[in-house]
Design a protein around this ligand. Structure first.
Ligand code: 5GP
Ligand code: ZN
Length: 119
């Protein structure tokens, strides 16, 4: 079924994006509001709202995203590592409800994963 979610529309080319990779099942494009010198997202073409909606029928697709991540990161100059983030649901501060994997990196180390709250 066609979805009018924003990432489905980007996947169909209805909304422009700075695409860095595409195959039959997944695509990747730069985040419009980057929080690191390199910040892109890898997205399944299939509309899965979030990791909370994923199940074993998606294992090949989800594996494909992670298995391709390093090649994509290297294509963007991230030769010394990168961070991979999946935000899920309200607690995970997910904003776009089409599953996506953020890849973040740059020339300098990114710092710790989350800021510790003061005791
Ligand atoms: P989330 O918080 O759901 O994990 O991340 C959603 C991300 O999508 C945000 O980092 C936001 O900047 C990005 N984003 C939202 N709308 C668009 C868009 O139209 N184009 C692109 N390239 N990125 C978008
Ligand atoms: Zn979608």
């Amino acid at each position: 079924m066609m979805s009018d979610c924003i990432f489905c529309r980007i996947a169909r080319g209805e909304i422009p994006s700075k695409k860095i990779y595409e195959d039959e099942e997944i695509f990747a494009f730069h985040d419009i509001n980057p929080i690191a010198p390199v910040h892109f997202m890898i997205v399944p073409k299939l509309h899965i709202a979030s990791l909370a909606e994923a199940n074993m029928s998606h294992q090949m697709l989800l594996g494909r995203i992670l298995a391709k991540a390093n090649d994509m990161a290297r294509s963007q100059g991230l030769n010394e590592g990168f961070r991979t983030i999946i935000n899920t649901g309200r607690i995970g501060h997910q904003e776009v409800y089409h599953l996506h994997v953020h890849i973040l990196g740059g020339p300098e180390p990114l710092g710790s994963m989350l800021k510790r709250k003061a005791p």
